[in-house]
Design a protein around this ligand. Structure first.
Ligand code: GLP
Length: 256
């Protein structure tokens, strides 16, 4: 795992945007995995700035979202379909037909989840998956005890996740109880994973995910099973890491 610790959240956004820009430069029709939540917002804002400046284009690229609430109306401003439209499709100039969000309103959810996994495979798989981490160590909405082999599926949200997301809703009762999420197994098939975390409240889940033993109770420990993962942290999110000095000093030799 490549662990990069930077002073501020702004530095994290810039460094992550650089990696995505490098991918698009070498593969304009890349398939991007996009996360919602606060963590990637700075990345999208920085990429939008570069798009507006004419430095980069997502016109040929595709995107697959990680997750979606179940039974939130599609025009609800906090449905992930709406969030992805607002924060990703519009500002980054994606072709809306090439951006996909799991269907949390399907009549037969299991069929829709299977179809979502297949559509990722049909698109050639995800080149780079952007990830945030939940306070309980979730990835997407893979809550504690999610199987590392799981495919896109319906999940019941923990109280911790519902509480964390009340900031996007008027009250806790308005936060959906279930979601559709790419499974850990689905996420691990992306060719490259890019996890970003900022702020002191992510220090504990980051330490558990990167340095703790593999455990489905901390779903993000599954990142340890992937051979091409970059984790970009600000100082606060890195502050719980036992080997923090080692990661700081671990720059590769210039001739690697
Ligand atoms: C959310 C999303 C995840 C996200 C995580 C962290 O609820 N379902 O995809 O990565 O929880 O959220 P945030 O970045 O807002 O801290």
């Amino acid at each position: 795992m490549d662990i990069i610790i930077l002073p501020t959240a702004a530095n994290v956004a810039l460094a992550a945007a650089d990696r995505i820009a490098a991918l698009i430069a070498r593969k304009p029709a890349a398939v991007l995995g996009v996360a919602t939540g606060s963590s990637p917002q700075g990345i999208y804002a920085e990429l939008a700035r570069r798009v507006a400046a004419g430095d980069i284009s997502f016109r040929e690229a595709s995107a697959f979202a990680l997750d979606e609430y179940v039974d939130l109306p599609i025009d609800h401003p906090e449905s992930y379909a709406a969030v992805v439209a607002r924060e990703v499709i519009g500002p980054l100039g994606f072709d809306p037909d090439r951006v996909h969000v799991p269907d949390g309103r399907a009549e037969i959810l299991d069929a829709a989840t299977r179809a979502y996994d297949e559509s990722i495979q049909d698109a050639g798989g995800v080149d780079l998956q952007i990830l945030g981490i939940g306070l309980n160590g979730h990835l997407g909405f893979n809550e504690p005890t999610s199987s590392f082999a799981s495919r896109t599926h319906v999940t019941k949200l923990t109280e911790s996740s519902r509480q964390a997301n009340t900031r996007f809703f008027p009250a806790i009762e308005d936060v959906p109880t279930h979601s559709v999420t790419q499974g850990i197994g689905t996420i691990l098939e992306a060719r490259e994973l890019l996890l970003v975390a900022q702020g002191r409240n992510k220090a504990a889940p980051i330490a558990a995910a990167l340095e703790g033993p593999l455990s489905s109770f901390i779903p993000a420990t599954a990142l340890q099973l992937h051979g091409n993962t970059t984790v970009i942290l600000d100082e606060e999110a890195a502050s719980g890491l036992r080997l923090i000095d080692h990661y700081r000093a671990a720059a590769k030799p210039a001739r690697h």
